[in-house]
Design a protein around this ligand. Structure first.
Ligand SMILES: C[S@@+](CC[C@H](N)C(=O)[O-])C[C@H]1O[C@@H](n2cnc3c(N)ncnc32)[C@H](O)[C@@H]1O
Length: 351
């Protein structure tokens, strides 16, 4: 089923708060790492006009098509790339899109993927157990549930779903394999935990775990956050909206760590790790949607926005330029060292 034909609309969350966190300004350059249907991207482009530019990255080719239509009015200011944000730095180098004023991650899935894609993300709709963001990925959720050992499955469900019934669920899955569809899996989980209790469906955590595993969500998030630092110009803003505690923990720890001047263990001499702060926290307390927003868009209830600002000293600036130089050189696109270093230095000096 295509997202284009059956899709309910995706309502972007915390839009005003995100625009404020990114300090979107006319003429600014922004990266939306999770383009989805283009809701946040449209808001960023609206606020950065005239002269703003946006690089939109999305792993799902169907979502890119929707975003392209939605952002048609801004076509001269936008570049949309069907890629995984795990390759953020390489993408920006390829399209010469750095340094930037702001980078946004609005993690997880859009309502279009959850409800209208037929790709097995939700146990509310019967569909093949797929869960890949992109058809170019090889491993599906069905591959995982049908091939891992019982112990591996229990570990995955526990680690990525924080599910306390992980062993019972894994045991039932092993007995019922092969499992092909979402409803089949949801029923097996319901039986494994002894039926429904409360408002939350018992399959919620296992579906989250499988989705995280299929799409390497946590590893890719960690990798992309590190790359984002190098792409932000002086006082550039990083904003991340997460929807579950595993993601939010990664974002919180990352920002806190990067905001520290020194990360050496207490018993080591100061400065031994050679770390200097690269970020300043904007909101010490996480930003959550207002009750009004949650009422209008219940999907927003778990959203948590964190933001930080890039700080940079001369020494670190030189290192960043060097780092980008070596990455660009790796791609062997014809630049010679002095010319490329000059280009990178002048690019950073723009901000
Ligand atoms: C919550 S939605 C974003 C919605 C978007 N902000 C909007 O307003 O329409 C998250 C999107 O990020 C995409 N995504 C998730 N992980 C990704 C990754 N590692 N690389 C690229 N895109 C990713 C998903 O396919 C999904 O379309």
């Amino acid at each position: 089923m295509s997202l284009m034909t059956s899709a309910p609309v995706h309502t972007p969350v915390l839009v005003k708060e995100t625009i404020e966190a990114l300090v979107v300004q006319p003429g600014g350059r922004y990266i939306d790492c999770t383009l989805g249907g283009g809701g946040h991207a449209a808001a960023i482009l609206g606020h950065s006009s005239p002269g703003g530019q946006l690089l939109g990255i999305g792993a799902d080719p169907e979502a890119i098509k929707i975003a392209k239509t939605r952002l048609e009015a801004y076509s001269s200011s936008v570049r949309l790339v069907n890629e995984n944000f795990a390759n953020l730095q390489a993408i920006c180098i390829k399209y010469n899109f750095f340094p930037v004023h702001g980078i946004l991650f609005d993690l997880g899935l859009s309502s279009l993927q959850l409800n209208g894609s037929g790709r097995g993300f939700s146990f509310q709709h019967d569909a093949p157990l797929d869960m890949r963001l992109s058809p170019s990925q090889k491993v599906t959720a069905a591959d995982i549930v049908n091939t891992l050992s019982g112990g591996e499955l229990a570990h995955l469900i526990k680690t990525y779903g924080e599910e306390s019934y992980s062993h019972q669920i894994a045991h039932h899955i092993m007995q019922e394999r092969p499992i092909k569809t979402t409803l089949q899996l949801a029923q097996i989980i319901e039986q494994a935990v002894g039926g429904r209790r409360g408002r939350i469906h018992p399959a919620t955590k296992t579906f989250q775990a499988l989705r995280i595993a299929v799409n390497h969500e946590l590893e890719y998030l960690e990798a992309a956050l590190k790359q984002a630092i190098n792409l932000l110009g002086f006082e550039g803003r990083l904003a991340v909206i997460s929807y579950h505690s595993l993601e939010d923990r990664i974002v919180k720890r990352f920002m806190q760590q990067e905001a520290k001047e020194c990360i050496c263990p207490p018993d080591a001499p100061t400065g031994v790790y050679g770390h200097t702060a690269t970020l300043r926290l904007i909101n010490k307390k996480v930003i959550t949607p207002s009750p009004e927003e949650v009422k209008l868009n219940p999907r927003s209830r778990s959203a948590r926005l964190r933001a930080a600002e890039r700080i940079i000293n001369q020494d670190e600036y030189n290192k960043t330029v060097e780092k980008l130089y070596f990455l660009t050189k790796d791609k062997d696109n014809g630049w010679r060292r002095p010319a490329l270093l000059k280009k990178l230095r002048s690019a950073f000096a723009v901000l």
